[in-house]
Every structure is written in C-alpha cells, then in structure tokens.
Design a protein around this ligand. Sequence first.
Ligand code: SAM
Ligand code: SF4
Length: 381
Amino acid sequence: HDQTHQRTAPVLSHISAAQMKHLLDTTDVRETAALFAYADAVSAAYFDNRIFFRGIVEFSNVCQKNCGYCGIRRATKLHRYTMPKHEILDCARFCMERGYGTIMLQSGELNTPQRIDWLVDLIGEIKQTTKQMDTKHPEAPKGLCVALSVGELDELDYRRLFEAGASRYLLRIETSNPTLYAQLHPPDHLWQRRVECLRALKRVGFQLGTGVMIGLPGQTTDDLVSDLHFFRDIDADMIGMGPYVYQEGTPVGDAHKKLRERAGQTEQDKMEQNARMVDLTTRMYALARLFLGAVNIPATTALQALDPVGRETALQRGANILMPIVTPTQFRKEYQLYEDKPCIDEGAAECSACLAGRVKWAGKELALGEWGDPPHFHQAS
Ligand code: SAM
Ligand code: SF4
C-alpha cells in the first residue's frame, strides 16, 4: 500500500549469534551508541522516520488460561468484562477519525464457538462501518485494518477470522526457550502448541506478529539471541517485545518478589533495575531491526511502566509503531496485566494527543491514515 516496501537498507542478516550476544551484554558506551544509531538509520531508510499507529482496544479480560506472570490470568479474582459491540464500534470510528489506520483487538483467551462467531460478526461490522467513513487522507485504503491478539485458536477459526476481514495477528511466543516457557506456565500450556498456532496463522495468510517478554526470571542472554533467530525462522512480519513487569498476586511475580526481598532491594535498586530493562529491551529492538530488516516493531506500552520516556527512546532505537490505548477508561483498571501499567486513568483522546507529542519529541513524524503494512510482508509474498 505504500512505497516503503520497494526500499532496501543495510540490514545485517549475517550477524552471528556471538556478535548479537556481545551487543546485548557490552558495557562499552560507544559500541552501544553505534548499535542504536545503526538501527535508527535502518528504520529511517525503510520508513522515512515515520511512525505508524495502531489503536488498541482491550475488549475483554475474560481468560481461560493461567499464564504465571499475567494480572488477568484465570485465577485472579477480578470483575470480568466483555465490551458490548456498539462500544467497540465507537472505538473503531474513533481510530478511523484519528487516522490510526489499524485497530488492534486484544483480549484474554476464550476459545469457544460463541466467541469466534461473535468476533467474525464484529470484524465484519468494523470493516463495513469504517469503509463508509470519509477520511481526511484520500490515498488511504478504505476502512481500518483489523489486527487481532486473542490467543491460541484452531486453524479453522483463524481462517474464519481472516475471511471475515482481519489482516494481522499477534501471538507472542513469550520465550523461544521451551524449558523456560514450561517454568512460567502451567503444564497444560504447551510451547509447541503456540508454535503450531504461529505456523497456522502464516498458512492462513495473516501478517504475523510474534514476540517475547524481556527480563523474565530465569532468562539468559543466549535465550534472547535464540528469540531473534526464532523470529527469523517463523518469518514474522511484526515483532512485539516488551519488558516483563512484576504483577503482584501471580506465581511468577510473587516468587520474584520473595527473591528481591531476601536480597534487600531498595527503591534505588528498583530504579536502576528498570533502567537496565529499558536498555536491554531497546537493544533487542535495535538488533531485531538490524537482523530482520523491514518488519514492524512497536514501542510497547510496558516500556513506559518502567520509564516515563521509554517508548520515545525505543522510537530512536529501531521501533516504528506506537499503539495508543483506545479502551474506554472504565475498563482500563480491569485490564491490568502488570504493575504501574500506564494511561490507566486517561481517555482515548488524551492518549492520542499525548502520543502525537511524544512522536515529535523523538524527532519522528506521524504517519496517519495509512495501514503501515510491514514491507517484509510484501517482500515475502
Ligand atoms: N491473551 C492473549 C495472549 O496471551 O496471546 C493476548 C493478550 S495478553 C494480555 C498479551 C501479552 O501480554 C502477552 O503475550 C504477554 O506477553 C503480555 N503480558 C502478560 N503479563 C505480562 C507481564 N506481567 N509483564 C509484561 N507483559 C505481560
Ligand atoms: Fe490470558 Fe493472555 Fe494473560 Fe495468558 S497472557 S493469562 S492468555 S491474557
């Protein structure tokens, strides 16, 4: 849909695992600055310093799974909501009016025939409603691009959602290390099943998003290097990576907390730890940009939980996407995946204005009214 997929940039697809590991670990300030600058140059070559938006609607916190780190896991005592369709359609209109180009529908996992039917109808209505809307951006594709992040489903269901009009799907592998995955999830959550879902999504024709959490308890630098290879091998078009953030009341969070208490962690230690996490996460963005080239890389919301300007920093180190939260304010408190999740008290309009300011601050430009397909997807097809 845009010219960017014709471009080439000096990607480093031949970079070795040892070099990646070195760049993740190095304390050499000049080497680190060079890594970030190179990643920014590759992003600029592909995207002209433009930042694309996806409005994210966290439409339901109902979840049948029990991932060990997540604040909305089934075992959490929480008021469970599913937004009514008409409110989600209001969010879609809002995204269209703001020129966001894409709506990302995210929820807990609920793999029932009723939920799939409901989603199929919803996607159709979003496409129909937004296609009829005028846009200030005459060259924009008609209607919103619909992206989904609703977990592990059967291939036939993925196909129905694709045929209903959804174009993109985000399913993080969480970690490419199956042993670590097993430590963070109950025994019936299978790493292999997640890989099979990713393959099914690709077969169906979705633009494929995957990713990992960074800084998971027990994760090593070697794991992160393997993550980058996993993204290449699965042929991902979008890489959604964010720091793991502690959430009270979860098994992984509570075990982690005990260790920190035993070590006598102070507020100062916590701040330093947060800064290290932002640094490590953005090194992963930079390496993903260098290694994988023209994929989309969102500056994830979780970064801002650790650093007020974490997302802007990411935009200067390889990220090219921002995902303003469009979820109505009354639901945000009930979609708290982790501690200090930002923008809990804001509304969609405030988020929009705030993020536009942040893009300018980072020295980038807003790309409004475009879907912002990852050039990688078109190169591959
Ligand atoms: N339920 C779907 C799934 O799991 O794929 C989509 C929604 S889920 C809330 C989206 C992502 O939130 C997960 O893939 C996970 O990486 C992230 N997440 C959950 N708990 C987190 C935490 N404590 N810190 C950082 N990210 C977290
Ligand atoms: Fe549910 Fe997704 Fe949270 Fe796992 S990460 S508990 S599937 S919402």
